[in-house]
Write a protein that binds this ligand. Sequence first.
Ligand code: PHE
Ligand code: NA
Length: 453
Amino acid sequence: MAREMWGTKLGFILAAVGSAIGLGNIWRFPYMTYSNGGGAFLIPYFTALILVGITVMMLELVLGHSTKGSAPLALKRLKAKGSEWIGWLGVMAGFVILTYYMIIIGWGAVYLLKILLGGFPTDFEGFFFNDILELSAGPGVLGGFSVSVLIAVVAVWLINFIIVNSGVKEGLEKTMKVFMPILFVLILALVIRGVTLVGGMEGIEWYLTPDFSKLTDVQIWIDACGQVFFSLSLGFGIMIAYSSYLPKKSDITRNAFIISLMDSGFSFLAGFAVFGTLGYMAVSKGVPFEEVVAQSIGLAFIVFPQALSLMPVGGEILAAVFFFCLIIAGISSSASLLESVTSSVMDKFNVSRRKAVVAVTICGLLCGLIYTTKGGLYWLDIVDYFFSKYMLLIVGILEVLVAIWICKGDKLVTYIDSRSELKIGKLWKYVVGIIAPLILLVILAQYTLTFLS
Ligand code: PHE
Ligand code: NA
């Protein structure tokens, strides 16, 4: 059977951008910028984007495009002995992330429903931890399921199943053509509201006022690289699978630049929405900014909605918009993970899309059940720590070394350059083959040292 194809170039770009744009852009990048030197952080960020972001993105795109295979098959077709398992390592890591990414989207869905039905709670922390998660005392106490989370997660899986089961063009492409424009419009609305609030501009100052003295701290450069890698969805076979559905004439260099810049642009923009709104909260409560600023789960599920609740009018609508954004950004990433795993199973076992996606969905749902228990958040934290930090780096390093040094670095260069007006030639090969893996290795070592100490 002929390999499926994207219907249009734009469809592919939107799907890849949809994968890249996710929770990391909204709840991680803005805080990282704020705490790592504000506007000055953009220097390490863009350096990282060029050295380990766009270059590895190009590698993943050329791997998928030139071999017409998902990650394991792509690496196998490079004909290095035993390299197929590197692809599987990335895909399996993606599968693990998928099982808990779905849960976070599920929380967002429960939160959205509760706000729509019952308005803002009075105690935001209690609302999230007790009412939604029904959080137990520790990871050892599972204490049964949080029923609302369980139902939401099943629903989120079902949506993902429908998208991926419908195929590359009819499922992923059609969905992302709707999701991405909506997401950009809604985030713009949140940005405009955020910066026009009383205190909004102060928030932006906290977000972006540059502190160049921080640039001497190596840690900041490491953080920037880690964020870029995760943010571009690299290391999980996603971009490999997506580019394997591109038509013959595709400009890999240009695609890599567009996808990476759109992801960074979205992150930068999201920061205005987040910090404008947090600035409003700090000013209206008359407390120092350090007391309101937050990231990750605390930002999305506690502080941000709480800030909106202080608004005299329209806060609930904005909170609904915010959670809707989280859900759309989340699903466009989770569907890409599901596609990466599904296409790998299809390629390996020669089964139909339907069979593969049914199998992956059932396994994924079952494996993720633990996070829907009352002790789920603890487990999610532990698993996230290892998979979103370590696994992608390990896969990234192995991928680069095999593709560039054991196999056909020069052939890949020719392949890329013959399809683009922008000739990157040998420069790309050396950056992605030497500098990128060295940087990733340093990050890996540093993470390990911090973990051990
Ligand atoms: N790129 C996503 C983000 O920034 C995270 C992600 C990584 C999603 C890998 C899917 C796969 O949030
Ligand atoms: Na991202």
